[in-house]
Ligand binder design. Sequence first.
Ligand code: COA
Length: 173
Amino acid sequence: MEINIRRIGFSDAPTLSDIARKTFYDTFTGTCTEEDMQGFLDQYYSVEQLGKELLDIETFCFFAEVGGTPVAYLQFKESYESFPEIKKWKAMELKRIYVLKEYQGKGIAQKLMDFFLEFAVVNKYEAVWLGVWEHNLRAQKFYEKYGFINSGFTHDFPIGSTPQTDFWLWKFF
Ligand SMILES: CC(C)(COP(=O)(O)OP(=O)(O)OC[C@H]1O[C@@H](n2cnc3c(N)ncnc32)[C@H](O)[C@@H]1OP(=O)(O)O)[C@@H](O)C(=O)NCCC(=O)NCCS
C-alpha cells in the first residue's frame, strides 16, 4: 500500500474537519454523553476552527493519503503553555495523530510518527511530548513502541461536562 504524506492547506479545511470529527467520535464515543461529544466536535473540529489552525504558520498539519485519499492526519506545534515542566527543553508537542478506523494497524500511523520524529530531530528539538487519555491503551502502546515514557504529570481534558484525565508522555533525543 503506497502511503503519501502531504502538508494540509487552508482549502483542505472541510476534508480535515470530516476526518477529525469522524476519528475523534470513533475513538471517544461512549466515554461521554452524546451532547458533550457533539459540543466538543462543533467547538474544536469545525471547518472554521480548523481553518484558523491551518493559517497559523507555527502549526504543522499533514495528511497521510492512500490512493490520493486522506485517511489520517497529524498535527504538531512547538508549545509549552499547558505543560510547564517541558520548558527546560526545546520541545515539540504532538497535538494530534488520528487514523480512520478502517486504516488502523496498517503502518499508516508509523509512517506519520516517523515523519514527525524526523522533523523534530532535523530541526534540533531536544524533546517531543503529547497527551494521551489514561484509558486509551492502544495509543499508549503505540507511543511506547516509539520510546515515549510517562512523565508522571497529568492534565485535565474534559469533554464538555465529562471530566477526563490525560497522561503527559515525553521523549528526549
Ligand atoms: C493510536 C493510533 C494512531 C495508532 O495507530 P495504529 O495503526 O492503530 O497502530 P498499531 O496497529 O501499531 O497499534 C498500536 C498497538 O496497539 C495494539 N492494540 C490494538 N488494539 C488494542 C487495544 N484495543 N488495546 C490495547 N492495545 C491494542 C496493537 O496490537 C499494537 O501493538 P503491537 O504492535 O505490539 O501489536 C491509531 O490507533 C488511532 O488513530 N487511534 C484513534 C485515535 C487516537 O487514539 N489517537 C491518539 C490520541 S492521543
